[in-house]
Structures are given as structure tokens and as C-alpha cells.
Design a protein around this ligand. Structure first.
Ligand code: ATR
Length: 273
């Protein structure tokens, strides 16, 4: 029987993950299937149980189930314990193992694909939900000068920052208002504002011409934030397509023990193929 994998989410029909993993499978010569699996919001555990009982070996987990995936697992890697969210589940020997490859995917995309070195840079993350939680630890391992978290609900940003501040890491929370008169080398949108058709008000001067504005979403969903970033001063604008492909490659490595090449896959999607 061919090995089975999937991405589970709600919504899931527009996910590029099935196409990405099929490209990885053909590149590495691995025989597997990978499909999108829709789950009702209140049926995540049942959906996972169905997948396990029908022979799936692993799943990627996307919005809105990353926190539930973390809670459901029998064992979690250190990066899941730290982030409290998981985007990869492996089903082995009757157990569920959780990992998080979003953060390493983002760092790889920034440093290797986009040539943006995080070391000594001032970084702003907007948002304090699961998407932000998943990437702060890996960003810190690349030794930035500072990581600032700004969120509409300030208390959430403060709670997230405190975890790192308590360990003497250079993370702080600010209110959106306090962003005025601050400049960052990299501004990452980790909010879901564009999913609700809303834009973020970024103060002019937040980004300079040399700064990079990065949306963790890809395609049209990233455009609202990137337009705001352009108006706020940035000329380097990137969506999260590279991050998506890199986190997928790390997931593939966890499941299959082989790390696929990513550059041509990113290029294929950038060319709209
Ligand atoms: P997830 O955990 O999947 O990332 P979430 O918990 O809903 O999703 O978090 C989404 C993030 O986007 C939060 O930081 C949220 O801000 P709040 O904590 O204030 O809710 C942010 N967000 C969503 N819509 C937003 C909007 N219109 N403007 C600003 N921030 C928004």
C-alpha cells in the first residue's frame, strides 16, 4: 500500500501543500499520496482518529488546529513545547508525535532564499497568536539584536514576550501606538487580519527602503499587508510562499528521512505554474 499523508485544516481547499509534497515525492522517488483533508472546527480529534485508523502516516496541520495538534500529541519536540503549537504530526507505533517546522521554514526562507541575515537585526512581529508563537524561538536562534512583538490585544503580546524576557532574551512587547518613531530591519505579519479582509495601520517610517516586509501568508492573502508596508516605507516585500515550501521540506524530512530541494519548487509556484 502507498504511504499516505495529508494536510488538515479549515479551510483547506486552497492549500498548496498537496502539490508541494507531490513535487517532493517525484523529486526524491518516494511513492506516497498527499491530500487536503477538511475538518469541521469541533471535530479535529475525530478527524485525526479517522486518519490514523485508515492508515495515514502523518499530517501537516494548518489553521485553525495548530494548538489542538500540540495538545493531542503523545510526545512533542522541544520546539513544540516552547511554541505551544504544532504543524506536523507523525503517527508511529500507535502514538502521535508532534513537531513544528514553521519557524525553521521561515528562518531558512529569510536567510537562504532571500539572503536576509537575521543576526544583529531589529525585528518586529505583528500578531501574538499561533503563527507568531511558532516562529519566535527559531528567529532567536539566529541571534537578532531584538525582537519586538506588537499585537492589537496588547496583553497577549506581553504574555508572549514575557516567556522570553524571563530567560533574558531580547524580546519585548509594545502597543501598536508605541510603534510610531521606531524603525525595523524586518517586519513580519503574523496576524490573520487579511483573512478577515482587514488591513493593518502601519506608521509611516516603520520600515526604511532597505527593510524587508514579510507576510507569513502567501499569494493574494499577503497583498493587503504588503501594500500597507509599501506605504509605510518598505520596498522589499515578500509573501510566505518560501516559508510554506521550506516548512513542507522539513516535514518531508521528518516523515521520510530525506530533505528535498526547495528552490525549483518555489520557482515553479512563483511562475504561477
Ligand atoms: P492563530 O492562533 O491561528 O494565529 P489567532 O489566535 O486568531 O490565530 O491570532 C491571530 C492574530 O491575528 C492575533 O494576534 C490577532 O490579534 P488579537 O490577539 O488582538 O485578536 C491578529 N488579528 C486578527 N485580525 C486582526 C486585525 N483585523 N487587526 C489586527 N490584528 C488582527
Amino acid at each position: 500500500m502507498t504511504d499516505k499523508y495529508a494536510v488538515i485544516g479549515n479551510p483547506v481547499e486552497h492549500s498548496l501543500s498537496p502539490r508541494i509534497h507531490r513535487l517532493f515525492a517525484s523529486e526524491t522517488g518516494h511513492a506516497l499520496t498527499y491530500k487536503g483533508f477538511y475538518s469541521e472546527r469541533d471535530s479535529f480529534v475525530e478527524s485525526i482518529n479517522i486518519m490514523r485508523s485508515t492508515g495515514f502516516l502523518g499530517v501537516n496541520v494548518t489553521i485553525p488546529f495548530k494548538e489542538e495538534a500540540c495538545a493531542l500529541a503523545d510526545s512533542c519536540t522541544d520546539r513544540v513545547v516552547e511554541a505551544n503549537v504544532a504543524n506536523v504530526l507523525s503517527f508511529r507505533d500507535g502514538k502521535i508525535l508532534a513537531d513544528n517546522t514553521d519557524g525553521v521554514g521561515l528562518v531558512k526562507d529569510l536567510e537562504e532564499n532571500l539572503g536576509f541575515s537575521i543576526a544583529s537585526k531589529d525585528i518586529l512581529i505583528i500578531g501574538a497568536g499561533g503563527a507568531a508563537q511558532g516562529v519566535i524561538g527559531p528567529i532567536l536562534t539566529a541571534v537578532p539584536a531584538s525582537v519586538t512583538i506588537a499585537n492589537r490585544t496588547t496583553l497577549k503580546a506581553e504574555a508572549l514576550a514575557r516567556k522570553y524576557e524571563d530567560n533574558h532574551l531580547p524580546v519585548r512587547a509594545v502597543t501598536i501606538k508605541e510603534l510610531e518613531n521606531h524603525e525595523f530591519h524586518l517586519v513580519i505579519n503574523a496576524t490573520s487580519s487579511s483573512l478577515h479582509g482587514e488591513s493593518l495601520d502601519l506608521p509611516v517610517g516603520l520600515l526604511t527602503r532597505d527593510s524587508l516586509a514579510y507576510d507569513m501568508m502567501y499569494g493574494p492573502s499577503a497583498q493587503t499587508f504588503l501594500n500597507s508596508a509599501f506605504i509605510a516605507g518598505a520596498t522589499r516585500l515578500k509573501d510566505g510562499l518560501g516559508m510554506l515550501v521550506e516548512q513542507a521540506a522539513e516535514s518531508f524530512f521528518i516523515w521520510r528521512g530525506v530533505r528535498p530541494q526547495t528552490r525549483d519548487v518555489i520557482k515553479t509556484f512563483r511562475q504561477g505554474k
